[in-house]
Write a protein that binds this ligand. Structure first.
Ligand SMILES: [Zn+2]
Length: 87
């Protein structure tokens, strides 16, 4: 699963009301709208604190955690700029 060098929502205004207002098409890093179908996605955990690893996604408890925020698209520019190598 993709993880990035910057935190989830790094360049969003950190206002939870805006996070709630999302359409599901905003890049999880910069908030620009991403064209569908999404080429790159990442899963956000801990209420926006971190990206999910494959290990997290293999654990069913991950999805029951209240901090699980689900899958977000990542725009091609952010993907290229911030992607971390696989663990
Ligand atoms: Zn972006």
């Amino acid at each position: 699963m993709n993880r990035y060098r910057v935190r989830p929502f790094a360049f969003w205004n950190h206002d939870s009301t805006r996070v709630r207002g999302l359409t599901g098409r905003e890049c999880a890093i910069c908030k620009k709208l991403v064209r569908e179908p999404f080429k790159h996605v990442a899963v956000v955990l801990d209420g926006g604190e971190r990206w999910a690893t494959q290990k997290d996604l293999d654990d069913p408890n991950t999805f029951r955690d209240p901090g699980y925020m689900g899958e977000f698209p990542i725009g091609p520019d952010c993907h290229k700029r911030y992607l971390l190598p696989d663990e």
